[in-house]
Design a protein around this ligand. Structure first.
Ligand code: PLP
Length: 355
């Protein structure tokens, strides 16, 4: 057991109303922090009031972007119990993201203990309105003040918490997505397989341009040929063509999403035909022409399942299905959220009760 010093916030903040939660706008009273140095390793685990970290302006995170994070959720069930979704998998991914960026990685057991201890301290921040949850954001950053280009010697691991509402204000309405043929997000051999802050910086301009065109997000194509489908915004992507459900294979250019893996597991449980394979824009257009492109949806922790209603190209728009949420999208959403809130049996052992 990790010794964690707890320093409580002198005055708790007022809690926001559950209607206006949105995503990531509010933070709880406390955060977890632990520091790394070569001589001491990870040390001084502590829970303290949410507040500034106090970094030197020379800290290498500001110059060379050694920063990784993860994102998972804790849910308050109908029975009042708090449940974390696939917490160990999220902590393992944080460790592998840090390794990809040559950073000190936090052993997954330690990260998990830190998160559970923090959630217990801020347990009354887990909202209980439908479709709300507590978003958990663990982060590792390089903190050594040094301008030479090499991996930092010092790191900070911290965890912050944010009560969040439903990602979509009016339920899961299908969104319009721009098929991005100019910018790319991650090339083979790059950082795409890690949850690195730098990947997000690389994607912002395309998202801004897509918004100007009236689209909610972009669909990313592969960086080499701009031909194969990779991800949608910051979510993994699934398509249903006829009775085949297709998602691109993990080849290091995008994140191995935990929601993706959960969706694949459920689809296989249900006996559906599932393929992890490459899919080109030409094949997608062809399927659409034949009336076989039935559903497109994104998967990710924040929105769980995000249905896509239309794909925009320079030469026009493809409408997906009948413009409503598709049947597979809906079934996945209902099952995953049911497991998360404890109303559907958790046959895969994905939930951890925090008490
Ligand atoms: C976080 C993330 C996802 C989704 O992963 P989940 O584990 O399902 O939340 C997908 N793509 C990118 C680029 C991401 O950063």
């Amino acid at each position: 057991m990790l010794p964690i010093e707890v320093q409580r916030a002198p005055t708790p903040k007022p809690k926001p109303s559950t209607e206006g939660l949105g995503f990531g706008k509010y933070f709880t009273d406390h955060m977890f922090r632990m520091d790394y140095s070569p001589d001491r390793g990870w040390h001084q685990a502590r829970i303290l009031p949410h507040g500034p970290l106090g970094l030197d302006p020379g800290a290498s995170v500001f110059h060379y972007a050694q920063a990784v994070f993860d994102g998972s959720k804790v849910f308050r069930g109908k029975d009042g119990q708090l449940r974390a979704f696939r917490i160990t998998d999220h902590c393992k991914r944080l460790a592998s993201s840090a390794e990809r960026l040559s950073m000190a990685s936090v052993p997954h057991e330690v990260a998990r203990e830190a998160i559970e201890a923090l959630v217990k301290v801020d347990a009354d921040w887990v909202p209980n309105a439908p479709a709300t949850s507590l978003y958990v954001r663990p982060v590792v950053i390089a903190s050594e003040a040094f301008l030479g280009v090499r991996p930092s010697d010092k790191y900070i691991f911290y965890v912050i918490l944010s009560p969040v509402g439903s990602y979509f204000s009016n339920g899961a309405e299908p969104v319009r997505i721009w098929v991005e043929q100019r910018y790319t997000r991650a090339a083979p051999g790059g950082l795409g397989g890690a949850k690195a802050a730098a990947n997000y910086a690389a994607g912002l301009q395309a998202a801004v341009d897509a918004k100007k065109r009236g689209y909610a997000q972009v669909l990313w194509l592969d960086a080499l040929e701009h031909k194969h489908i990779e991800e949608v915004g910051t979510m993994n992507l699934f398509l249903r063509i006829g009775d085949e459900i297709i998602t691109p294979p993990l080849e290091g250019t995008f994140l191995p999403g935990i929601t993706r893996e959960s969706a694949l597991t459920l689809l296989r449980d249900w006996g559906m035909k599932v393929s992890e394979r490459k899919l080109s824009i030409d094949e997608l257009r062809e399927a659409h022409k034949k009336g076989q492109l039935r559903e497109v949806f994104g998967t990710g922790t924040a929105a769980v399942i995000s249905p896509v209603g239309a794909l925009g190209f320079q030469d026009g728009e493809l409408k997906i299905g009948d413009g409503k949420v598709g049947e597979v999208s809906q079934r996945l959403y209902d099952t995953l959220t049911g497991i998360q809130y404890g109303t559907v049996p958790d046959t895969h052992g994905w939930m951890t009760v925090i008490k």
